[in-house]
Design a protein around this ligand. Structure first.
Ligand SMILES: [Zn+2]
Length: 61
């Protein structure tokens, strides 16, 4: 499936740790497999695109 035209499409990536949502472009997600949550600092694994709570938990404060 060629979805090059959808690269600029924005989707919400929800942080499994704090439910913070960040808008990310599909093109960005394609070239990244993890995202650092700007709210809690947790690492969100976006490789699976299922946005399951995997990766590194945010640091406890
Ligand atoms: Zn978070």
């Amino acid at each position: 499936m060629t979805t090059r035209s959808s690269d600029s499409f924005e989707i919400d990536v929800k942080c499994p740790w704090c439910s913070h949502q960040a808008k990310k472009r599909v093109g960005w997600i394609r070239s990244h497999c993890q995202m650092e949550c700007l709210n809690c600092g947790g690492i969100v694994d976006i490789e699976s695109k299922n946005f399951m709570p995997t990766g590194v938990a945010p640091p406890q404060k």
